[in-house]
Design a binder for this molecule. Structure first.
Ligand code: 6GU
Length: 225
Protein backbone atom coordinates (compact mmCIF):
# COMPACT_ATOMS: atom_id res chain seq x y z
CA UNK A 1 0.00 0.00 0.00
CA UNK A 2 1.10 3.56 -0.72
CA UNK A 3 -0.26 6.61 1.12
CA UNK A 4 0.42 10.15 -0.12
CA UNK A 5 -0.51 12.84 2.38
CA UNK A 6 -0.98 16.44 1.23
CA UNK A 7 -0.58 18.97 4.04
CA UNK A 8 0.48 22.52 4.89
CA UNK A 9 2.13 21.15 8.07
CA UNK A 10 4.29 18.15 7.16
CA UNK A 11 6.31 18.55 10.42
CA UNK A 12 3.18 17.76 12.41
CA UNK A 13 2.84 14.44 10.60
CA UNK A 14 6.43 13.20 10.71
CA UNK A 15 6.74 11.66 14.16
CA UNK A 16 3.83 9.18 14.04
CA UNK A 17 5.59 7.44 11.15
CA UNK A 18 8.98 7.47 12.87
CA UNK A 19 7.97 5.38 15.88
CA UNK A 20 6.59 2.02 16.85
CA UNK A 21 4.39 -0.15 14.63
CA UNK A 22 4.05 2.37 11.82
CA UNK A 23 7.81 2.76 11.55
CA UNK A 24 8.28 -1.02 11.45
CA UNK A 25 5.58 -1.37 8.79
CA UNK A 26 7.37 1.20 6.61
CA UNK A 27 10.79 -0.40 7.19
CA UNK A 28 9.36 -3.81 6.27
CA UNK A 29 8.06 -2.27 3.00
CA UNK A 30 4.50 -3.21 3.90
CA UNK A 31 3.47 0.42 3.39
CA UNK A 32 4.96 3.62 1.93
CA UNK A 33 3.95 6.97 3.40
CA UNK A 34 4.92 10.15 1.51
CA UNK A 35 4.30 13.64 2.86
CA UNK A 36 3.77 16.50 0.39
CA UNK A 37 3.99 20.13 1.45
CA UNK A 38 1.21 22.00 -0.32
CA UNK A 39 3.39 25.12 -0.36
CA UNK A 40 5.71 23.37 -2.82
CA UNK A 41 2.86 23.51 -5.37
CA UNK A 42 2.11 27.22 -5.08
CA UNK A 43 2.79 29.60 -7.94
CA UNK A 44 2.94 33.04 -6.30
CA UNK A 45 5.88 34.67 -4.52
CA UNK A 46 4.15 34.42 -1.14
CA UNK A 47 3.55 30.66 -1.47
CA UNK A 48 -0.13 31.22 -0.64
CA UNK A 49 -2.27 28.16 -0.12
CA UNK A 50 -5.39 30.00 1.07
CA UNK A 51 -7.43 33.11 0.39
CA UNK A 52 -10.56 34.92 1.64
CA UNK A 53 -14.05 33.60 0.96
CA UNK A 54 -16.14 34.79 -1.97
CA UNK A 55 -19.39 36.22 -0.65
CA UNK A 56 -17.70 37.33 2.55
CA UNK A 57 -17.35 35.59 5.89
CA UNK A 58 -14.63 34.97 8.44
CA UNK A 59 -11.80 32.53 7.84
CA UNK A 60 -9.59 31.57 4.93
CA UNK A 61 -10.28 28.92 2.30
CA UNK A 62 -7.69 26.56 0.82
CA UNK A 63 -7.31 27.35 -2.89
CA UNK A 64 -7.89 24.85 -5.68
CA UNK A 65 -4.73 25.53 -7.72
CA UNK A 66 -1.98 24.16 -5.44
CA UNK A 67 -4.19 21.17 -4.55
CA UNK A 68 -4.86 20.48 -8.26
CA UNK A 69 -1.14 20.75 -9.04
CA UNK A 70 -0.19 18.35 -6.26
CA UNK A 71 -2.92 15.78 -6.94
CA UNK A 72 -2.29 15.94 -10.71
CA UNK A 73 1.45 15.39 -10.22
CA UNK A 74 0.72 12.32 -8.10
CA UNK A 75 -1.91 10.96 -10.50
CA UNK A 76 0.56 11.29 -13.39
CA UNK A 77 2.75 8.74 -11.60
CA UNK A 78 0.17 6.08 -10.65
CA UNK A 79 -3.49 5.27 -10.32
CA UNK A 80 -5.15 6.15 -7.00
CA UNK A 81 -8.03 4.13 -5.61
CA UNK A 82 -9.20 6.86 -3.25
CA UNK A 83 -8.60 10.59 -2.69
CA UNK A 84 -9.65 11.20 0.90
CA UNK A 85 -10.34 14.61 2.42
CA UNK A 86 -10.03 14.85 6.21
CA UNK A 87 -12.80 17.16 7.41
CA UNK A 88 -15.03 17.43 10.50
CA UNK A 89 -18.13 17.28 8.25
CA UNK A 90 -17.07 13.97 6.66
CA UNK A 91 -18.32 10.46 7.40
CA UNK A 92 -17.29 9.42 10.94
CA UNK A 93 -14.38 6.97 10.92
CA UNK A 94 -15.39 3.49 12.08
CA UNK A 95 -13.51 0.21 12.09
CA UNK A 96 -15.38 -0.88 8.94
CA UNK A 97 -14.03 2.12 7.00
CA UNK A 98 -10.48 1.37 8.18
CA UNK A 99 -10.95 -2.23 7.03
CA UNK A 100 -12.09 -1.08 3.55
CA UNK A 101 -9.26 1.42 3.12
CA UNK A 102 -6.62 -1.11 4.26
CA UNK A 103 -7.43 -3.12 1.09
CA UNK A 104 -6.57 -0.24 -1.29
CA UNK A 105 -3.36 -0.09 -3.31
CA UNK A 106 -2.74 3.68 -3.50
CA UNK A 107 -4.51 6.47 -1.63
CA UNK A 108 -4.14 10.24 -1.31
CA UNK A 109 -5.11 11.97 1.93
CA UNK A 110 -5.71 15.73 1.82
CA UNK A 111 -5.57 17.45 5.20
CA UNK A 112 -8.00 20.33 5.57
CA UNK A 113 -6.97 23.59 7.25
CA UNK A 114 -8.44 27.01 7.99
CA UNK A 115 -12.15 27.05 7.15
CA UNK A 116 -11.64 24.18 4.71
CA UNK A 117 -11.07 23.79 0.97
CA UNK A 118 -12.76 25.36 -2.04
CA UNK A 119 -15.91 23.28 -2.73
CA UNK A 120 -14.68 22.58 -6.30
CA UNK A 121 -11.90 20.43 -4.84
CA UNK A 122 -14.44 18.38 -2.92
CA UNK A 123 -16.74 18.08 -5.95
CA UNK A 124 -14.13 17.10 -8.52
CA UNK A 125 -11.07 15.54 -6.85
CA UNK A 126 -12.23 13.96 -3.60
CA UNK A 127 -13.73 10.46 -3.55
CA UNK A 128 -14.31 10.15 0.17
CA UNK A 129 -14.57 12.57 3.13
CA UNK A 130 -13.70 11.35 6.60
CA UNK A 131 -13.99 12.85 10.10
CA UNK A 132 -12.57 11.19 13.21
CA UNK A 133 -15.35 12.31 15.54
CA UNK A 134 -17.68 15.06 16.65
CA UNK A 135 -15.19 17.68 17.80
CA UNK A 136 -13.14 20.22 15.89
CA UNK A 137 -9.37 19.97 15.45
CA UNK A 138 -7.28 22.87 14.20
CA UNK A 139 -6.35 20.89 11.10
CA UNK A 140 -6.76 17.52 9.41
CA UNK A 141 -3.18 16.34 10.15
CA UNK A 142 -3.82 14.62 13.47
CA UNK A 143 -6.98 13.10 12.02
CA UNK A 144 -4.92 11.81 9.05
CA UNK A 145 -2.41 10.27 11.49
CA UNK A 146 -5.30 8.52 13.28
CA UNK A 147 -6.68 7.20 9.98
CA UNK A 148 -3.22 5.99 8.86
CA UNK A 149 -2.63 4.19 12.16
CA UNK A 150 -6.05 2.50 12.04
CA UNK A 151 -5.45 1.41 8.42
CA UNK A 152 -1.78 0.43 8.49
CA UNK A 153 -2.10 -1.92 11.47
CA UNK A 154 -4.63 -3.93 9.44
CA UNK A 155 -2.21 -4.62 6.57
CA UNK A 156 -1.23 -8.32 6.71
CA UNK A 157 2.19 -8.73 8.32
CA UNK A 158 2.16 -5.40 10.19
CA UNK A 159 1.04 -6.81 13.53
CA UNK A 160 3.27 -9.47 15.06
CA UNK A 161 0.44 -11.78 15.92
CA UNK A 162 -1.69 -11.67 12.79
CA UNK A 163 -4.81 -12.76 14.56
CA UNK A 164 -4.66 -9.93 17.05
CA UNK A 165 -6.34 -7.35 14.78
CA UNK A 166 -9.29 -9.72 14.49
CA UNK A 167 -9.86 -9.70 18.26
CA UNK A 168 -9.71 -5.90 18.59
CA UNK A 169 -12.60 -3.97 20.04
CA UNK A 170 -15.09 -3.05 17.26
CA UNK A 171 -13.93 -5.73 14.80
CA UNK A 172 -17.15 -7.65 15.59
CA UNK A 173 -19.08 -4.58 16.82
CA UNK A 174 -18.21 -5.56 20.40
CA UNK A 175 -15.78 -3.99 22.85
CA UNK A 176 -12.87 -6.20 23.94
CA UNK A 177 -13.28 -8.31 27.11
CA UNK A 178 -11.15 -7.79 30.27
CA UNK A 179 -7.55 -9.07 30.04
CA UNK A 180 -5.03 -10.03 32.74
CA UNK A 181 -1.35 -10.89 33.06
CA UNK A 182 1.10 -11.87 35.81
CA UNK A 183 1.08 -11.80 38.79
CA UNK A 184 -1.88 -14.04 39.51
CA UNK A 185 -2.49 -12.06 42.69
CA UNK A 186 -1.36 -8.50 43.47
CA UNK A 187 -2.03 -6.95 46.90
CA UNK A 188 -5.02 -9.24 47.26
CA UNK A 189 -6.37 -8.41 43.79
CA UNK A 190 -7.04 -11.71 42.03
CA UNK A 191 -7.36 -12.79 38.43
CA UNK A 192 -10.62 -14.69 37.68
CA UNK A 193 -10.04 -18.40 38.52
CA UNK A 194 -11.57 -19.60 35.24
CA UNK A 195 -8.59 -18.26 33.28
CA UNK A 196 -6.33 -20.89 34.95
CA UNK A 197 -8.74 -23.77 34.30
CA UNK A 198 -7.27 -24.74 30.94
CA UNK A 199 -10.85 -25.15 29.70
CA UNK A 200 -10.49 -23.19 26.44
CA UNK A 201 -14.12 -23.42 25.24
CA UNK A 202 -15.29 -22.19 28.65
CA UNK A 203 -12.73 -19.34 28.63
CA UNK A 204 -13.83 -18.35 25.13
CA UNK A 205 -17.48 -18.34 26.24
CA UNK A 206 -16.60 -16.19 29.28
CA UNK A 207 -14.76 -13.70 27.06
CA UNK A 208 -17.73 -13.43 24.72
CA UNK A 209 -20.10 -12.85 27.63
CA UNK A 210 -17.83 -10.22 29.18
CA UNK A 211 -17.43 -8.46 25.81
CA UNK A 212 -21.20 -8.40 25.43
CA UNK A 213 -21.75 -7.14 29.01
CA UNK A 214 -19.17 -4.38 28.59
CA UNK A 215 -20.65 -3.33 25.26
CA UNK A 216 -24.20 -3.29 26.65
CA UNK A 217 -23.07 -1.13 29.55
CA UNK A 218 -20.73 1.29 27.77
CA UNK A 219 -21.80 1.35 24.14
CA UNK A 220 -25.36 0.05 23.74
CA UNK A 221 -25.44 1.85 20.35
CA UNK A 222 -23.04 -0.77 18.95
CA UNK A 223 -25.56 -3.55 19.65
CA UNK A 224 -28.31 -1.81 17.70
CA UNK A 225 -26.86 -2.31 14.19
CL1 6GU B 1 -10.76 15.15 9.79
N1 6GU B 1 -10.44 17.59 10.74
C1 6GU B 1 -10.62 18.54 11.65
N2 6GU B 1 -10.11 19.76 11.42
N3 6GU B 1 -11.30 18.37 12.78
C2 6GU B 1 -11.80 17.15 12.98
C3 6GU B 1 -11.64 16.10 12.07
C4 6GU B 1 -10.96 16.36 10.93
N4 6GU B 1 -12.28 15.02 12.55
C5 6GU B 1 -12.78 15.41 13.72
N5 6GU B 1 -12.50 16.67 13.98
Amino acid sequence: MRIDIITVLPELLKSPFEASILKRAIEANLVEVHLHNLRDYTTDNYKSVDDTQFGGGAGMVMMIEPIDKCISALKAERHYNEVIYMTPDGETLKQGIANQISLKENIIILCGHYKGVDQRVRDHYITREISIGDYVLSGGELAAAVLCDAVIRLIPGVLGNETSALTDSFQDNLLAPPIYTKPREYKGLKVPELLFSGNLPKIEKWREEEAYKRTKERRPDLLED
